[in-house]
Design a protein around this ligand. Structure first.
Ligand code: ADP
Ligand code: MG
Ligand code: MG
Length: 518
């Protein structure tokens, strides 16, 4: 990418310069906790016992250039998005329709819905609901005609996450790392292009997400039963991205202490119980001191978003126990379902001559937020038996047309999608009656950027694709619709090699990056 005064970006590095920069980055990432646990295969039996190893998270050596107009657009629409998804979560009829559309070919969604229905029967014990969201985007610029060359770049939404939106803890760190390098290291480089001015926005993701959790913790109030209240982070066993989660916990402790306990999803039923007081308080028994019981004010899910966490039938009982309890859930089952890709597809369906858009059921069409949100949508199609669905099935099964699309199931966590040529054979391999459970989305092709990725100690230089995430925190009352807290909560920039389809950092494809606004 040509940036700033016509010099190429990022600056060229001699081998000595690159060795120095790599050393500085390795030390900074470990010293400051921009780190992950090593993969089990990289750990010998001895060091595993000690449990003392961390490793640098994959990072870019330079902040990637990112259009300021797009950065501002994502920030300014986030609170409208928070409110939109809070409203969707309150609209059980809308979500039941979504579930009906996809559950036939998707047991996971069907099981989630069953948990909701079971709790609904006895009545929810907690009206408050917490969302720690992340709306993901790529930059889109129309190309082709001469007119398009001057078109303003804009963001198009990849997806909206309502559960376990990760990397907020590490994201603040990578922004700090790039600031540090811009101050101390880039000015030492010989390439004149290193003397660009860097426009590196502050990134409050750790503080913003922790503030959301704190707002729910405070809204829960003191225990009627005389226990101390606490926050539970529901985690996966063997989680490698543990420091990302710990940074949120440390931030929660920084202002005034909030007890935070990390509970593996598989241990919910052994470590927690429901009080028989009638109010269904969730009680947590400290494994290290079983006499100590805490009342759980907030359950923050960093697990439970995919089928792998529900290997045993009892894991569904565990989810049910959390859902029926009086703890404030981040998220509830309804909020988790609101994040389904099918919801995004339905929202992105334009109005027709006979019916208004689905989006207008949540945001009045004449409100300024309507256009702000609408402009972030790209084309997404159903794969059902409707007219639009039949047209999409044609595109998806055509060997040429399919090159412009990605096929998505109702899944989270990366590695679940089918791209381009892989779509037709995949569709052929599953019963046609299950196609409804997928959506077909136009691929967004952002302008090319070059950067250098440091991953597992190795440098990879080349074309990269950047994905911007904007965090939001929202606390609302499911019964009254009142919004008690609604804030933007910083950003994430994830970058992957342009040869890779998926960009998950945890999945091993992407890396942490920050924005250099241009
Ligand atoms: P998940 O919930 O598993 O993260 P995503 O919808 O975010 O699913 O897809 C995973 C990755 O696939 C994204 O991070 C992005 O790199 C790529 N991707 C998804 N949708 C698109 C799209 N419409 N255009 C380009 N890339 C996409
Ligand atoms: Mg997701
Ligand atoms: Mg994603």
């Amino acid at each position: 990418m040509e940036a700033h005064s016509g010099h190429s970006y990022p600056p060229a590095l001699s081998s000595l310069e690159s060795a120095r920069l790599v050393q500085v980055v390795k030390d900074w990432t470990l010293g400051k906790g921009l780190a992950v646990r090593p993969p089990p295969t990289a750990v010998t039996a001895e060091t595993e016992l000690l449990g003392t190893l961390g490793m640098s998270a994959p990072v870019t050596l330079f902040p990637s250039p990112f259009p300021k107009v797009c950065f501002d657009q994502a920030r300014s629409v986030q609170k409208a998005y928070n409110e939109l998804y809070a409203k969707i979560s309150q609209n059980e009829t809308f979500i039941s329709q979504i579930v009906a559309d996809v559950a036939g070919g998707d047991d996971f969604i069907a099981n989630l819905w069953a948990v909701h229905l079971r709790v609904k029967k006895e009545g929810y014990a907690q009206p408050l609901s917490l969302g720690l969201f992340r709306s993901d985007y790529m930059v889109h610029q129309d190309r082709g005609s001469a007119q398009d060359a001057h078109a303003r770049p804009q963001i198009k939404q990849v997806e909206f996450n309502t559960i376990a939106s990760s990397f907020g803890g590490l994201s603040t760190k990578i922004s700090e790392l790039h600031k540090f390098l811009a101050l101390t290291e880039y000015p030492l480089l010989r390439d004149p292009s290193s003397h660009f001015t860097y426009d590196l926005p502050a990134n409050e993701s750790t503080r913003g997400l922790a503030a959301g959790i704190r707002s729910a913790f405070e809204a829960y109030g003191p225990s009627d039963l005389g226990f101390s209240t606490c926050v539970v982070f529901l985690v996966q066993r063997g989680e490698r991205n543990v420091f990302d989660q710990r940074h949120l916990e440390y931030e929660l402790q920084r202002q005034s202490a909030v007890p935070v306990f990390r509970l593996p999803f598989a241990e919910i039923l052994t470590r927690t119980s429901i009080a028989d007081s009638g109010r269904r308080q969730l009680l947590y028994r400290l494994p290290s001191n079983p006499e100590r019981i805490f009342e759980v004010a907030v359950v923050y899910f960093r697990s439970g978003y995919g089928p792998a966490d529900y290997a045993q039938p009892s894991d569904w009982d565990a989810r049910y126990q959390i859902e029926r309890s009086a703890a404030i859930k981040c998220p509830t089952v309804l909020t988790q379902l609101a994040g389904a890709k099918k919801v995004q597809q339905v929202l992105a369906t334009p109005k027709s001559s006979s019916s208004p858009s689905e989006l207008s059921k949540f945001i009045p069409e004449d409100a300024p937020q309507y256009q702000d949100v609408w402009q972030t949508f790209t084309n997404i199609y159903p794969m059902d038996g409707s007219e639009a669905g039949l047209a999409a099935r044609k595109l998806a099964t055509d060997p040429e047309q399919c090159q412009k699309y990605v096929l998505k199931p109702q899944r989270e966590g990366g590695g679940n999608n089918f791209y381009r040529s892989a779509i037709p054979p995949y569709l052929k391999s599953i019963p046609e009656s299950h196609w409804n459970s997928y959506i077909l989305m136009e691929l967004i092709t952002p302008p090319p950027v070059t950067n250098v990725i440091l991953r597992n100690g190795n440098l990879e230089k080349g074309g990269v694709i950047c994905e911007l995430g904007r965090y939001g925190a929202c606390l609302w009352n499911q019964d009254t619709g009142d919004i008690l807290y609604n804030e933007d909560a910083g950003y994430l920039l994830r970058t992957k090699g342009d040869q890779s389809e998926e960009g998950g950092v945890a999945a091993g494809f992407g890396c942490m990056d920050s924005c250099n606004l241009v």
